[in-house]
Design a protein around this ligand. Structure first.
Ligand SMILES: Cc1cc2nc3c(=O)[nH]c(=O)nc-3n(C[C@H](O)[C@H](O)[C@H](O)COP(=O)(O)O)c2cc1C
Length: 146
């Protein structure tokens, strides 16, 4: 069975592209080794991530992620066990979307692309569906203090 979980968190302080690059490089290397796939969205000061793979491996990773000082208020909002992966070919797909570092038209374009992706993706199971639903919700109801 493929165990899947999805969580949401907030960044502690803005991360540079370089810092984000390091995080992704390390994540992709580890995830490849552990046969974990998923997707990470960075949206206006928050992360949403879905992780899928062997239950023990994913749980161990989530434990590490929860202790990571680069984000806070980490909370899982869905988990389940499934027969197949929703992100089989994505070591760790990454979508940054930040109103502060992109200009307005780029930002709007990015939001449209992400909404389109959310609509075109056919989630294979509930956790993946809730992941995309949450992204759609945040894009259409942005956090106020951003
Ligand atoms: C938002 C966020 C997402 C992360 N995603 C992953 C991930 O998918 N895979 C991973 O190995 N580490 C991820 N990390 C990093 C882990 O918290 C931890 O630093 C890392 O796994 C430690 O790697 P090491 O055991 O090789 O030192 C993430 C951290 C943050 C803040």
């Amino acid at each position: 069975m493929i165990y899947t979980l999805t969580y949401e968190s907030e960044i502690v302080k803005p991360m540079s592209e370089h810092e984000m690059g390091n995080l992704l490089e390390q994540s992709r290397k580890n995830n490849k080794r552990d046969n974990i796939t998923g997707c990470l969205i960075y949206y206006m000061g928050g992360f949403i991530q879905v992780l899928e793979g062997d239950r023990e491996k994913v749980s161990a990773l989530y434990k590490k992620i929860k202790m990571d000082g680069r984000h806070k208020n980490i909370h899982m909002f869905s988990e389940d066990a499934n027969v197949e992966r929703s992100f089989p070919n994505w070591g760790m797909a990454y979508y940054p979307i930040d109103a502060n570092t992109t200009n307005k038209s780029e930002f709007e374009q990015f939001k449209r692309n992400l909404l389109l992706l959310a609509d075109l993706t056919e989630p294979k199971h509930l956790t993946a569906k809730l992941f995309w639903d949450r992204i759609k919700f945040l894009i259409t109801n942005p956090p106020k203090d951003f």
